[in-house]
Design a protein around this ligand. Structure first.
Ligand SMILES: [Zn+2]
Ligand SMILES: [Zn+2]
Length: 258
């Protein structure tokens, strides 16, 4: 499975910077997990192939350029962009984003080929199919309804925590996946901001270190993501000081293969 965390910003030479402001992972060039930077960072080919998007929660950094992505593709879409989310997240997207005020309600609109956007409500705790992938979603501990995911292509499995603080259900499904290849987990704030991390339901390196003790098997790569750009260096140092084998920081723009 090929996974790329899309970059959010580019330097003057057009190279991706390491700062991750927006969240969007692309799996095998066709499925996106969240859509923060989807309209600004997909390459030309991916723009033509990504039609399935799983939205873990409606926070701006995860959906910021989703409306623009659909807008850009509007006249040329020969099939709808499919948005996979829990019923409560779909409701929030319709109420707060695609509400005719912030942006058009694309789910009501058609181009010459048919509908341009379609919602697919996803179950909790039961597998569902997204393109060639099997996915299981479970609630995590964030301030809005949010799901973590385990995604498998039959050979490889990768878990995505999305935004979360201390949680249990996610670890239950992660622990059941004995052959898990990679765990992509958030580490948003440095340790000195533990209070803010706590109220906004995010991890610091210290709380992530404690949380990873819930893992009952190991050997998979553990990639930290969602590092707030203003504190990136500090978080990277604190993660390294945890001395957890195979714990690294995912680089935006780079393609990882598992
Ligand atoms: Zn969030
Ligand atoms: Zn976020």
């Amino acid at each position: 499975m090929k996974i790329q965390l899309l970059p959010s910003t580019f330097d003057a030479q057009g190279m991706a910077t390491l700062e991750q402001r927006l969240t969007c992972f692309v799996i095998d060039d066709c499925v996106a997990v969240d859509a923060g930077s989807i309209a600004i960072a997909l390459n030309g080919e991916q723009r033509n192939t990504v039609r399935d998007i799983i939205v873990t929660h409606p926070h701006m950094d995860h959906v910021a350029s989703l409306p623009i992505f659909i807008d850009d593709l509007y006249p040329s879409l020969q099939e709808p962009v499919r948005i996979y989310a829990t019923a409560e997240v779909i409701e929030l997207l319709e109420r707060d984003v695609f509400n005719w005020n912030v942006y058009p309600r694309f789910s009501d609109l058609k181009n010459d080929y048919g509908p341009v956007m379609e919602y697919i409500p996803i179950p909790i705790g039961a597998p569902f199919r997204v393109a060639h992938l099997n996915v299981v979603a479970v609630p995590v501990n964030h301030i809005v309804p949010t799901v973590g995911l385990v995604v498998s292509d039959g050979e490889t499995s990768v878990a995505f925590s999305s935004d979360t603080a201390e949680t249990d259900e996610f670890w239950k499904i992660v622990n059941e996946m004995k052959g898990l290849d990679a765990l992509l987990i958030e580490a948003s704030f440095p340790d000195r901001m533990a209070k803010l991390a706590h109220v906004s339901r995010h991890f610091t390196p210290a709380s992530l270190g404690r949380e990873l003790k819930k893992l009952t098997h190991n050997g998979m790569d553990i990639m930290a993501v969602h590092l707030k750009p203003s504190y990136r260096e500090e978080i990277v140092e604190q993660l390294a000081a945890l001395n957890i084998p195979k714990l690294g920081v995912m680089e935006p723009g780079r393609v990882y293969e598992w």
